[in-house]
Every structure is written in structure tokens, then in C-alpha cells.
Design a protein around this ligand. Sequence first.
Ligand SMILES: Cc1ncc(COP(=O)(O)O)c(C=O)c1O
Length: 552
Amino acid sequence: MKKNSLIAQKTEELNKLAQLDNFNPTEIRKQVAGLNKLLDESVGIKTLSAADLVPPWIIKTVQFNSQSTPEIRLKELERTGNNVFMVKAETIILDYLTDSGTGAQSDEQWAKIMTADERYSHSKTYEEFIPVAQKLFNKKFILPVHQGRSAENLVFNSLLASLVERANQQGKKIICTGNSFFDTTIGNVQNNHAQVISADCPESADTNEYYDFKGNADVNKIESIVKEHGSENIGFIVMTVVNNTIGGQPVSLANLKAVHKIAKQHHILFLLDSARIFENAYFIQQREAGYQNKTIEEITTEMTELADVILMSGKKDGIVNMGGLIATDNEELYKIFLNRCVLIEGHYSYGGMSGRDLAAFTQGLKEGSRQEHLRQRINQVTEFGNGFRRLGLPIQWPPGSNGIFLDAREFLPHVDKNFFPAQRLCAEIYWRYGIRPVEIGLSLVGRDGAGIKSIPAKDFVRFTVPRRVYTKEHIDFTLEALANLYAVRDEIGGLVYKKEGLGNGHFTSTFEMVATTDIPKLLPGVLDYFNTPKATYKQVYFPPNAQLASDK
Ligand SMILES: Cc1ncc(COP(=O)(O)O)c(C=O)c1O
């Protein structure tokens, strides 16, 4: 029997049950649960049980939330030019801005913080951190750094500076490729005057279709990038696990191995951006053939042994407010990184972190890689995404590891893509319900280095879920808010720049709200503005005296 005829049959049975004289609510509820399961299946949802979702922790300390009103929040939007990055955090009820550094630390982490060793070098805390990181990342040399972007800064400068100088002399460019780069990763490559060409698998572009590993790279595209530019002009290949930018989507081990093979064939360094490596390992265990009986540690080892250099922001899977690391087996590279670390982060045995940060990180790495933690973490995010799907809201499907990415152009089809539909939705969700998501779209991508706007393929509103912070009730409140917003979406217009912030404009641009009816009238002016390069842009984004590869 086809699924929808099964649903019709169940509905009919339910109707009959409801009309019985001896009406039995318990029996009806049982039947409704069965019908709900069928409805879930009809839209590709695998129903999760309470046992799948129950947290492996209990709440011991609580922090009271803001009780702000829509009036207060509207005033905040007025003050900040409708940019939710600039509103006062105390006006926010639920904050989905990021899963970075926002997780709840455990009692054991706080205990380690109290007993951390703050002596300058080779502290007891450092000596405890090294073997834990060596074991988990399977590398001999470990360098702590204070967060992911400082690992990028340090590693990319060390790897790219001389390559870029040589390429410039030959009138060539240095290219870095892989799956999607995170924005600071792009920034740190560009800041070293090299270029990023990301190569995501084609499946990642179809938000509606289920695919196990949408975070994969397009292996053929990487191969053709290497051929086109010449292997000597490839700075490195970096794979980001999970692939944050396209929806926190996992990468399969088969894909990592295929990309690694190209790197090794052409003597190119292979890097792993492993901010969410344990979450990626969990997806491999659940979805990739042959890994069901392997532990998270075994899968992580299989991933890390491919990498020449591992970079990690500890603020995600390390469940700390601040922390990061670099790992490698290459002693020569380690020494170069170490020297640079002393210049920009501090002594190599603390890397910009106080002893207490490092102690919390050591414990957080152990907790973040536990099977029961990952089961609850991934299932909570999945169930959040299932809620969107049940409401018929357009999201990157299936849900990834760190949050839900709502397709703003589909949510507001009447708002032209030049009018910041995702940014406008963030403002609406904030003022109406006190919930803050973040735009991953036009405002973030803004203009490229030459001052020309690049329109991203998608305009997402990202609801990133902090680890161990929100309960099912928080998630349900969010879904209820979104269902209410969807019902009035026709009333919601777009935004235009009041003042465009230069450089990382995402954080500082201010906007004005425009009504749906004004959009067609304003469109020619908006296009004109975007197509006019800004003379000052380059100087703000790059160091003023730097000579750009693209200037040659
Ligand atoms: C994939 C990825 N890489 C790097 C970073 C940068 O890390 P951090 O915020 O610790 O500097 C992030 C941060 O969100 C990220 O998601």
C-alpha cells in the first residue's frame, strides 16, 4: 500500500474511533502517534524517541533569561539600525547566534578551572593537556592557541608567505581549495594574499533533497583546480569537518580519503579544520557503511591520520568559552608555528590561554568526544530541524550538526534577493519573540575584495544551537514562534543599507526596513548602489601598505 493511502486509512480509522459511544482518548492518542509517524515518514523524517533525545546530564546551575518585551526590542532595533549583532544581549531570550564558545561547562570543567596551574610555562595544566590532545588527534606535536582564527593566522602565514612571494614574481596566484571555507578561514587566506576556491559537492546546493554527506568536497573540481593552476601554485587543501558554511553538514571518510589522495599525488599539504570533528565522526558512525561498530575515537583517528596539519577552534567540540589548537607530526612545521606562536599568542605552552582556559579545554575535549554526548547533541539539532520540516518551513535538509539553516528566499518569496531577506527575518524574529538567529547570506558575503557585491547562492537564517544549554521546551518555543511568523510572512518586507559597514560589514552595517510594496520602486537604485565599487574598500580590508597579488 502506498504511504498516502496508508495515511488515509489511518485517518479514517481515527474518525471512526472518535465517533464511538465508548470514546477512548488513550486509544486515540496511540493511533495519533502512529499517524504522526506515517506523516513524518512521508516527508523523510525518522521519528526520534524520548530515549534518543534524553540528555546524559542534569542541570545544576541556571542563569535567568531576559524578560524583555517587543517594545523594548523594537527600540533596540531602531538604535542599532536593525542589525541583531549590535543589540544588547540582555534583551535576548533565546540566542542562536552561534554554537561557538556558548556551551555550558560541566561541573568537572569548573572543578578543573579552580585547580588549574597558572605558572608561565610548562604548567601542570599544559602537561595534562598534551597527552589528551595527542591521543584524540593522533599527532605528536600539539600547540595550544586561544581560538580557531589564531590557528589560521599562524598556520596560513607560515605556509603561504614564501609561496605567495614566489608566485607574485612569476605573475601567478596561490590558490587554496577544499570544501567550503569558514569566513575567518577565507579572511586569513586573503590576508596572506592568496585566493580561496571552494569546491562543494553538487548535492549541497539542493536544500530539499536528503543526502548523507552534503559537506563533501567535489573531488573532480578539486582535481581540475589543481590541474588548471598547477600543483606548485596550490597553497594547501583544507577540509572543514563538519562543513559549517553550507549547513553544518558532515563529510564522509571516503570523501576525505579521495581528496587526500589528490593532495598526496600532487605533493600538496592536506589540512583539517576540525572545529566539529567529533560531531562529524558521529555522523560517519551513523551513516557511512563499515563504521557502525567503530568508536568515535577510532573514526577520529582515521580522519586525523590523513592530515598534515590540524587546526581546531576548541569553542565548538571542545565545549569551552575560549580555546584552540594546532596539531601535526611534522617537526619542522611545528617549529615554525611555535616561533610564530610566541610572537602573536604567547609562550607555546599556553598559546594565548590562561591556565584555567586550558584546563577546561582538556576536560571539554574528553566530554565532547563521548558517544552519549554526541548522541544527544546531534539528535537535539535533528529534532529541531524535524520541527521545521513538520511545519513545512524550507531548511537545509537533513539537519547538520550545529544548527538549522532556514532558506529566507523561500520563506519570503516576495522579497527580492537584493533586499536582505535573511537579515530582515533575523530582525523580525528578534523583535517579535526575543529570539536571535544570524544571517548567513548577502550581508555576510557583502562585497568582494574589489568592492563588487557578490550575491550568495542562498540566503540563510541560521539557528545555531549551543551545546548543553537549551531544553526541549526552548526548542518548542522557537518552533511555535516560527509557525506564527510564517502565518504573517506576507506582511514582512526587506531591508536596504542605511550605512554599509566596511570590511566585515555583517557586524556593523545599519539598515532601514522597507515595505513589500516599495521593493519594485527601490530596486533600480539598490542595484546601482551595489554595482558601484567603493574606492576605500580595499584599504580598509587589507593592510594599507600591502601589495595585493591581484594588483600585479
Ligand atoms: C569551521 C570553523 N572554522 C574556524 C572557525 C573560527 O574559530 P574561532 O571562532 O574559534 O576563531 C569557526 C568558528 O565558528 C568555524 O566554524
